[in-house]
Design a binder for this molecule. Structure first.
Ligand code: SF4
Length: 240
């Protein structure tokens, strides 16, 4: 699936210095601020979804394993040839680890990833009749599927709201927007699960990831083009 792209306007407003943005003082103000953030994300990315190309849950699981420490763009260059060479889950289960590692070399950490993909294929064939499981508990038993990966697969492939995907973009942006004060992904996810309505968990993750790639980028966020500027008191806003 193509990544959601929006036309980023050239800088459209002066950036409000963080100290001039009023912080919410009570739960009603916090809720109003969160509603505004969610509404702007909806306006920017109404149909955001996973950028990893896949045909089914198994392919998405493989792509997600390969995406660790790698861009989705790079993974999307590797997976068409990979799924052509190994069309079925059984082909991965019986693959040579060394050969598979070379096939996915450009995604980095290829030995570990090859071990995880082969282990995942064997586990799913052995314990789940060849079907990627549909619950968090079962998916966490699959090699290479930690909580973030499991949330991606369950949310995107099956539409199961198991949690909020916390990747580097979600981590950075939810901290900047003061939706969490934690650093650990599991604690950030706990905070977001309490704040965000469950029916929004899947979409919210993808919206924030797109927002992080296009506007609230890591080193120099594009605050002068950001509709959340009036409610953002992040200390690392780009003022100039
Ligand atoms: S781009 Fe990021 S840091 Fe800048 S105003 Fe928007 S949310 Fe805040």
């Amino acid at each position: 699936m193509p990544e959601t792209e929006i036309a980023i306007p050239t800088p459209v407003h002066p950036v409000t210095p963080p100290r001039k943005v009023p912080k919410p003082k009570n739960s009603a103000e916090r809720k109003a601020r969160l509603d505004r953030i969610l509404a702007e994300l909806d306006r920017l990315f109404p149909s955001a979804t996973c950028a990893l190309h896949h045909q089914d849950a198994w392919q998405l699981l493989v792509a997600t394993i390969l995406s660790a420490q790698c861009t989705d763009e790079r993974v999307n260059k590797v997976t068409p040839g990979l799924f052509n060479k190994y069309p079925k889950i059984e082909d991965f289960a019986h693959a040579s680890q060394d050969e598979l590692a070379q096939d996915i070399r450009s995604t980095g950490f290829f030995n570990n990833k090859a071990r995880s993909v082969i282990g995942a294929a064997k586990k799913i064939l052995g314990d789940y009749q060849g079907q990627v499981p549909r619950t968090m508990e079962e998916l966490l038993s699959v090699p290479g599927a930690a909580r973030k990966t499991a949330n991606v697969v369950l949310g995107t492939a099956y539409g199961v709201s198991s949690g909020v995907v916390v990747d580097t973009h979600v981590q950075r942006i939810t901290q900047r927007l003061d939706l969490t004060k934690n650093d650990e992904p599991t604690k950030i996810e706990d905070d977001l699960i309490k704040l965000i309505p469950q029916e929004r968990w899947i979409l919210f993750s993808h919206q924030v990831i797109h927002f992080g790639r296009q506007i609230c980028i890591a080193r120099k966020p594009r605050c002068a083009s950001c509709p959340l500027d009036p409610v953002c008191y992040a200390k690392d806003k780009t003022l100039a």
